[in-house]
Design a protein around this ligand. Structure first.
Ligand code: A2P
Length: 355
């Protein structure tokens, strides 16, 4: 019997390392793993499943030896160049970058939502944007039942989504803060707290003690590319090309896990208990909400938190409440580990489905 071989491209990065962790946890029926990165990491050692692996440099011949699957997490330009090469050699690529997501020949897959799309692949399957993945896990069961008419996204995104340098900017901001005697004094005295003495590696402005309404590049229409990705990818995954969606995506000083406030308007009326049941029975969702009946009686309110979602594979949903400003609508709060469910876990789940 032929051996099943999986390549991980970008194995030394934030997402790549998490891919390895999720693969270890899942222990899929894969016979051989090969790990690729850039020339900077070639020869480095990686520990995986209690074995030592040497990182290989990715090049145009890397896929000649025959792979069944590859998970790419090495950025858009690496994917654009090497994913088609891998696919041409019979390997099915699950790509974490945005390079192929809107290509009509490339399925955009979240296994809980549209795993049936996997079979339509022509060698490349795209992993959606992290913010889109966690949103559609909750939106799909609601759309199936109540027919979504409009979505308003507001995101609170962790620095880990901006890679190693994003994390570094927050870390350096905290170190800088620790040198201040007291922020309370500076607020009361209206001292300037915005100037930083450290160099920023990723963001235009300090992320510590700040919120940046700017993720990815700005487009001609004033939106950011992150906002556009959420809008277009949601439409593609829900198969509703004309769905009315708007988004504001914001980077916040949180290390890991994205939070999202989502306002959803439905065509159909709904019963709140039934809607909650629908969400709690949906795959991949954990409901965290003890405020549904008598919120004022609750002494320890429970709602999804970034620090609790970190390291988990599920999508956490809470703060479910009716939007009284429209005929049929709700507001919800959704949190998930953007490096796991938003990237690594979702990619491994796609491979798992194919296996
Ligand atoms: P390396 O560690 O050798 O630079 P992150 O998003 O956390 O910065 O990780 C990016 C990942 O993509 C790393 O594993 C990085 O490898 C890898 N990578 C970047 N450029 C290339 C390339 N041209 N070929 C292969 N891997 C690359």
């Amino acid at each position: 019997m032929n051996k099943i071989r999986l390549a991980v491209v970008g194995a030394t990065g934030l997402v790549g390392r998490t891919v390895l962790k999720v693969l270890e946890e899942k222990n899929l029926p894969i016979d051989e793993y090969v790990f690729f990165a850039s020339s900077n990491s070639a020869g480095k050692k990686l520990n995986f499943m209690n074995k030592e692996y040497i990182v290989c440099e990715l090049n145009e011949q890397s896929f000649d030896s025959g792979f069944n699957y590859a998970i790419f997490s090495a950025g858009g330009s690496t994917s654009k160049k090497y994913a088609p090469i891998a696919a041409s050699k019979g390997c099915i690529v699950v790509d974490n970058s945005s390079a192929f997501r809107m290509d009509e020949n490339v399925p955009l897959v979240v296994p809980e939502v549209n795993s049936e799309e996997i079979k339509n692949n022509q060698g490349i399957i795209a992993n959606p944007n992290c913010s889109t993945i966690q949103a559609v896990v909750a939106l799909k069961p609601l759309d199936d039942k109540y027919n979504i008419k409009r979505i308003v996204y507001s995101t609170y995104q962790a620095v880990s989504g901006a890679g190693r340098n994003g994390v570094l900017d927050l870390e350096n901001g905290i170190k800088d803060y620790n040198q201040h005697e007291s922020y309370i004094d500076s607020i009361c005295n209206k001292n300037d707290t915005t100037t930083s003495t450290y160099e920023l590696s990723k963001f235009n402005y300090p992320i510590f003690s700040n919120c940046l309404p700017h993720i990815d590049v700005f487009l001609e229409n004033g939106y950011t590319k992150e906002e556009e990705k959420m809008i277009n990818e949601t439409r593609k995954i829900l198969k509703k090309p004309d769905l009315r969606i708007t988004a504001t995506t914001v980077r916040v000083p949180v290390f890991n896990s994205h939070s999202e406030a989502i306002n959803i308007e439905f065509e159909n009326d709904f019963d709140m208990d039934e809607l909650i049941n629908t969400l709690s029975n949906a795959p991949g969702i954990i409901l965290e909400d003890n405020l549904l009946k008598n919120p004022q009686d609750v002494t320890n309110p429970m709602y999804p938190l970034a620090i609790n979602a970190s390291g988990k594979n599920e999508v956490f949903v809470g703060r479910i409440r009716r939007d009284y400003s429209v005929k049929s609508g709700i507001n919800i709060w959704i949190v998930a580990d953007n490096i796991r469910k938003g990237a690594a876990t979702n990619a491994v789940q796609i491979v798992e489905k194919m296996l």
